[in-house]
Design a protein around this ligand. Structure first.
Ligand code: PLP
Length: 371
């Protein structure tokens, strides 16, 4: 007989990600426009560093916060690319950006505390807040699908602990402006709340610039990973940077849930960060061409889609969007309904252009004939 395990209501309340359901519905020959990861090989010099690490026996636990050479490389990266200074001691190396988000949220949220999150937004944010017993306060997006500082501001209450900004954004591809980022930093300072800045798509911007809010405020936890930048999603290597008092709390959670990040992936990440940037630029250029191809095709099919300025997703507004999603899936094209990212995604669908131009062309031809 099965035992009647009495599960935590917090966990029972959480749904399985809507994205997974889409993969299961489409056949194995499907054209996959549902993926949230680059389809490129991890660059050779990074793979070689991992092979060397294994052969040299670098396979034990590391320092909890991460190997010093990686935290030093990350400290230089923040100064070089993100225009703010963090010491190696203000960085924790994590198991992907996912764990970095978990550390940030676990260290801040008590039961009943509120966290402001873009709706639609990346699926993990809501679930992580709810697992900690916190309350998600959804923030609708503006007409250009970006998060507006005034919409954040008007939802702040005495229970607000944090808000999350994700630029470039999943699922919309929106990129926040420098003025927005300054305004978000100011909100964090004025209200003594924490801005969690998820920057995993920072290198995939096609127009405009990436702005890290940590250059304007000390109340920022910066979350990032090698996952998207270097096409390393399966390596599970992320990091979090913040002022020392944040690190002191987050490291406790990290120690007990993770001990340390994967030792081999840490060595690979050193090679990634200290190595040439050209492979990343090549990926970005390829993504830009695919974006133009896909979005041009969607618009000519009558879907309303401005050119997303970042990440690798198109997020068109579509009449009868669930009907369209179901038609596409039954014709072997995987897309994700906007509502998988929150109620604010109603009327939209997400198409990832992390697949070859040939597949994108094929998908557009099928769409033209079945829609
Ligand atoms: C916005 C955003 N943040 C974080 C993550 C998780 O990244 P990681 O694979 O490094 O855990 C993703 C993955 O899709 C994402 O889209």
């Amino acid at each position: 007989m099965m035992t009647s395990a009495r599960f935590a209501q917090r966990v029972l309340n959480i749904d399985i990600s809507g994205i997974r359901k889409m993969f299961e519905a489409a056949g194995s020959n499907a054209i996959n426009l549902g993926l949230g990861q680059p389809d490129f090989d991890t660059p050779l010099h990074i793979r070689q560093a991992a092979i060397d690490a294994i052969n040299e026996g670098f396979t034990g636990y590391t320092y909890g916060a991460g190997i010093p050479e990686l935290r030093t490389a990350l400290s230089s990266k923040f100064e070089r690319e993100n225009n703010f200074n963090v010491t190696p001691n203000e960085i924790i190396v994590t198991s992907g950006a996912s764990e970095a988000l978990e550390l940030a949220i676990a260290s801040l949220v008590d039961p009943g505390d509120e966290v402001l999150i873009a709706n639609p937004g990346f699926v993990s944010y809501n679930a992580l807040v709810e697992i900690m017993g916190g309350k998600v306060v959804p923030v609708p997006l503006g007409g250009d699908l970006s998060l507006r500082p005034e919409d954040v501001l008007e939802r702040i209450t005495p229970r607000t602990k944090a808000f999350i900004v994700n630029s470039p954004a999943n699922p919309t591809g929106a990129v926040q402006s420098r003025n927005d980022m300054k305004a978000f930093a100011e909100i964090a300072d004025d209200h003594d709340i924490t801005l969690i800045s998820d920057e995993v798509y920072e290198h995939f911007i096609y127009e405009g610039e990436h702005v890290s809010p940590a250059q304007y405020s000390d109340n920022v936890i910066t979350v990032n990973a090698t996952s998207k930048t270097y096409s390393m999603t399966g390596w599970r290597l992320g990091y979090v940077a913040a002022k020392q008092h944040y690190i002191e709390q987050m490291i406790k959670v990290h120690q007990y849930v993770q001990a340390c990040a994967n030792s081999i992936a840490q060595k690979a990440a050193v090679a990634a960060l200290n190595g040439p940037i050209e492979p990343v630029i090549q990926m970005r250029d390829e993504f830009r061409q695919r974006r133009d191809l896909l979005v041009g095709g969607l618009n000519s099919l009558g879907m309303r889609c401005d050119l997303p300025r970042g990440a690798f997703y198109a997020f068109p507004e579509v009449d009868d969007y669930m009907g369209v999603v179901n038609t596409l899936i039954s014709n072997g094209i995987v897309v994700v309904p906007g509502t998988a990212f929150g109620s604010g995604g109603e009327g939209y669908m997400r198409l990832s252009y992390s697949t070859s131009q040939a597949d994108i062309k094929r998908a557009l031809m099928i769409m033209e004939s079945v829609l």
